[in-house]
Design a protein around this ligand. Sequence first.
Ligand code: BTN
Length: 145
Amino acid sequence: MGKRSSSLLLAVALLSLSTASARKCELQGLWRNELGSNMTLSALDDAGAFVGSYHTAVAATNKRILVSPLKGVQQHPSAKGPVTFGFTVQWQFAGSITVFVGQCFVDRGGKETLETTWLLREEVASRRDSWKATRIGTNVFTRLK
Ligand code: BTN
């Protein structure tokens, strides 16, 4: 291969790498986490707000799990690359609420990941039980659609 064509190849490879890493992180779509929970996120409005639904695979209660609504907001709605966001799920089968905060990443191959941390506030009967009412954890979501 000539010098010219190898330089051209290198330029194309570098360009495609930088395009993949600068890819915009889109929250809209269907996502699944490592527990098997699925969520659907809508497109953003002009202020970066979105809505969606959450189907958890696990629950702290024995009640029948119901798909539950969520509302969230993304920082810098028109930004390229990693974006931060937060959303709240209002469970329809329990008195608890979960808030998630996270960041969206795109790897060099274009694979998107939502790295999140959540707080789940459970409903307790009295103020005396408040100390045990909050759980914390992390979830990683990957795109299904
Ligand atoms: C409850 O049991 O009180 C409501 C359901 C909570 C499900 C939690 S939210 C954080 C974690 N990630 C999931 O996908 N499900 C659990």
